[in-house]
Design a protein around this ligand. Sequence first.
Ligand code: ARG
Length: 533
Amino acid sequence: MNLETLLAARLAAGFAAVAGEPVDPAVRASQHADFQSGAALALARRLGRPPRQVAAEVLAAADLSGLATAELSGPGFLNLTVDDAVLAAAYPLDPPPGAKERVVIDYSSPNVAKELHVGHLRSTIIGDALARLLEWAGHEVIRVNHLGDWGTQFGMLIEHMADLDGSYSLSDLTAFYRQARSRFDSDPEFRTRARLRVVALQSGDEATRAMWRRLVEQSQRSFVSDYERLGITLTVDDFTGESSYQDMLGPVVDELDAKGLLVESEGALCVFPAGFTGRDGEPLPLIVRKSDGGFGYAATDLAALRHRTRDLGATRLLYVVGAPQTQHFAMVFAVGRAAGWLPDGVTAEHIAFGSVLGPDGKVLKTRSGDTIKLVDLLDEADARASAPAVGIGAIKYADLAGDRRSDYVFDWDRMLATTGNTGPYLQYALARIRSLLAKADQAPGPVVLADPAERRLALTLLAFEPAVTAAIELREPHRLAVHLHELAVAFSTFYERCRPILGSPSRLALTARTGETLRLGLDLLGLPVPGEM
Ligand code: ARG
């Protein structure tokens, strides 16, 4: 049930009659009425006629019966008030209609042998919310955790492992990584061995491979345990690391070459996609094969893109990765298009997001300046919140509540507050609704909108569908988060003004509808419900 669309459809007939052609009625929620259309003003300007007169003619030609009443206001606005009977009726919480696609969502995608840190938090939380939303909308979602499990850093890690000859622990991978790193930085002999080790790994040396596998598996276990704690739907089956594309890199080079896209530049094989230039105005290369013959991050992304559209048959690719990689993806997509791996009708989108900032306004770090491990963050959430679900809900909601492109400040006190636009506030609203309904000894009945707060709540309930549709289509979870907060606020006003709720079948029905909507909304954002974890 989408009131804006319904109202627009009815008004469109009126506008078309006056304009002689289709006009978008531009129906929007409004302070002055339930909804407002300002399209008569623009139309009047175009026709060179008095706007109030045009608006009046539109009204006369539109049939709003059974849906709303309209009033001419100000210079030519149409103020629309939805009929109470429409607001009072019950509607199913169905997913929006529309074509269903196969969508690959690349998210979380941390690097092996480094634990998840707060930098991965946003990709994980936003990506998971999008996966849930798109799946609910009926799309076939393929989750991909594009694990950084390949590359030169494995040389030093494996060499360090070999030196320790079995007497090492991988339970603290971050510490292990640091040790290997410091040897690599300070010991030239170790550095040489680490380089040779990379060659051994890439040429398939069995002992080296076995050690590599141990590192990757240990990392995966640590990622999965963080995901479970965070309520993230990624599983081991969704891990498709960079290593899995190694066999496709040769064919990628061959195809690019056959299409005449490859250029040799200082010993490296590059593609120069049209329209990308550096500061000096020189064309920018996407490096496919480095001068030492190795393949890097970009080559793997080209292979992955080709695999996702060609082999997996996806028609839409979403990459939930931070804003600093904007140019990388723009170039990968441009090369993909030039190579024919992104044919017409198949789209790739970089779902960029801003940084998590500390109280000092800089990227969030520990006091000593280190990156914050996700597991430490989760432990702190547990310690600060009354229940794990509340701490997790607070972290996730703080990440989803604002436009993803913006940075936000990580502030425990603000995100854990039970008032304001927070996860705990929504969870608390749902808990209150559930305990109310549990006490009711009467079935919910037909809704009667006597108090303005009841009417406001009913109207807000019907804003769920446009909000969730916007969240899905724009890949902006905050559209839904903002709506859920408005709904919880409308419920709280209703709860304060319209007592008693128990004993009123109408109010119980409004309460139950609010509970169902909040419940679905929290689920779609991946927010846990306390008492259910
Ligand atoms: N592992 C990368 C990083 O930590 C992110 C990978 C994102 N996905 C991709 N297909 N490039 O920066």
